[in-house]
Design a protein around this ligand. Sequence first.
Ligand SMILES: [Zn+2]
Length: 142
Amino acid sequence: MTYFRALDPFPLESADDTTLHEFYAHLGRGRLVTTQCRGCGRSAWPPRGFCPECGSAVFQWVDLASEGTVHAFTVQETGLPAGFEAPRVFAIVKVDGHRVFTVLTGAEPAALKVGQRVRLAPLRVADDPRGNPRWLAAFTPL
Ligand SMILES: [Zn+2]
């Protein structure tokens, strides 16, 4: 079977594909983490392989809170790629001072409100071409 990268909507998450693979491994274990620069101490979102402040490529993984607050959201009801359920709720969730672009699962769009508390609920998506599990950061209302 031929694998067409351009048709795959999800990031490749293995160590062979990204230096940030540990982010996804932590996510699969239910933890939201990001990179913190060992040079200047700045934490980044999304996780980065180098620091935009000082240019250092030496970083450590730090945990972020497992709960956050909805900063903004939108609902997509049509035009979703095959395999995606509608309606799809996309949101920006504030977590430890970072604004995380994410998906809200288990959310009733008409009942959602800015400022609502949400909890991390990693979403398992299609396996990669080698059969390894893949995860996306997602949240669900409390
Ligand atoms: Zn730095």
